[in-house]
Design a protein around this ligand. Structure first.
Ligand code: SF4
Length: 376
């Protein structure tokens, strides 16, 4: 995509320069790809269920998965989950410093913990020592819904300034203990509040930023809120890793996260389908076809594009810019385009099978080209 960006500068996003940390073997920040995270909702002490969900999320594209560890049985189970997981695991700690130490010992790649909330300086030192000893990074997670009381007293209500101050207080504690492998989030369910807090924080720290609109809602409303909040920040270059929070299956969070990054050209995975909205001109049932294709093409991980366009008004134009294209409009048939060039006629009733075949072929070609480029 870099070539597209240089040809079309209006597509360019200049990322804020953050320093890079490691979450297990996954780099976060700097020039590392923006990672997609989610969080399990199984009982964390149930190893089999948690591992199955982590694997499903990883299969859907999650780079990092967070598991909540509220008690000893869940930090015990974490050891097994970490062993079986194909991606680094972040342990979500709330207040108990002992859980943080146990999670670090169990192999968590990162601890989500606010050092200001876990007690006196000795406890903080113990947690930081455990993180250092076990190669864990830390995510400071400021949340508008759980700001410290003294900040609420000072600012009267959750506001960007209070969230930024909270974040900087926690950062200072880590820095005073010579710990620098941290990233930070400052989430709110209100997109304006979250965006303003993130913008403020991005100006005063070089820590990698974990983006999220918290408690965003169900699949549709949460997706829209996240796309607006995260989209706006990512577009302005802010954000090194993201989590979309939905009251839905974590796999959906991963899919939405990827779609947001794909829309902005920040990450590419799988087939990006360009298709018509509902419209009376369509020469075939676009909605049903796209639904079927989305399901049939879930296994494709190669970044590529597919246009499924109902008629010749926009079909040929879109097909010029996609890897595979189909434009309807003939009597029961349409035109297939490959790599932007008109290729052959296809009858509507064979469309799904044939397009799946063409996409699979094209994906193998792109993979071979990418492998050859990497070998050069
Ligand atoms: S390309 Fe044709 S079918 Fe698609 S939205 Fe436009 S007019 Fe309608």
């Amino acid at each position: 995509m870099s070539s597209l960006h240089s040809i079309r500068p209006w597509r360019q996003i200049d990322r804020r320069k953050s320093r890079q940390i490691m979450v297990g073997n996954v780099p976060v920040g700097g020039d590392a790809p923006i990672t997609v995270q989610t969080m399990t909702n199984t009982d964390s002490s149930d190893v089999a269920a948690t591992v199955a969900q982590v694997q499903a999320c990883a299969e859907a594209g999650a780079d990092i998965v967070r598991v909540s560890t509220p008690d000893e049985s869940s930090t015990k189970a974490l050891r097994e989950v970490v062993k079986e997981s194909p991606v680094p695991i972040v342990a979500d700690i709330h207040f108990h410093y002992k859980r943080a130490i146990e999670a670090a010992e169990a192999g968590a790649a990162c601890l989500r913990i606010n050092p200001g909330n876990i007690g006196d300086a000795t406890r903080v030192r113990e947690v930081i020592k455990a993180a250092k000893d076990h190669g864990c990074s830390i995510r400071i997670g400021v949340n508008a819904g759980s700001l410290e009381k003294h900040l609420l007293d000072k600012y009267a209500e959750p506001c960007p300034e209070a969230m930024i101050e909270s974040g900087m207080d926690h950062i200072r504690i880590l820095q005073d203990n010579d710990f620098h492998e941290f990233k930070i989030s400052c989430k709110a369910s209100d997109v304006f509040l979250a965006a303003a807090a993130y913008q403020g924080l991005a100006e005063i720290t070089d820590a990698p930023i974990h983006l999220g609109i918290t408690e965003a809602g169900g699949l549709t409303s949460g997706t829209i809120k996240s796309a607006i909040g995260l989209g706006n920040l990512l577009w302005s270059g802010i954000g090194d890793t993201i989590r979309v929070s939905l009251s839905a299956d974590p796999v959906e969070e991963v899919k939405v996260g990827y779609e947001i990054l794909k829309s902005l050209g920040l990450r590419h995975r799988g087939v990006n389908i360009i298709s018509c909205p509902s419209c009376a001109r369509q020469g075939f049932d676009v909605i049903k076809t796209v639904e079927a294709l989305e399901k049939r093409l879930e296994h494709i991980k190669t970044p590529m594009s597919l246009s499924i366009i109902g008629c010749v008004v926009n079909g040929p134009g879109e097909a010029l810019m996609t890897d595979v294209g189909f434009t309807g409009g003939g009597a029961g048939s349409g035109m297939v385009y490959l790599a932007g060039k008109q290729s052959h006629k296809l009858s509507n009733d064979q469309m799904v099978e044939h397009i799946v075949e063409q996409v699979e072929k094209r994906a193998s070609l792109i993979e071979a080209e990418m492998a050859a480029e990497a070998a050069e």
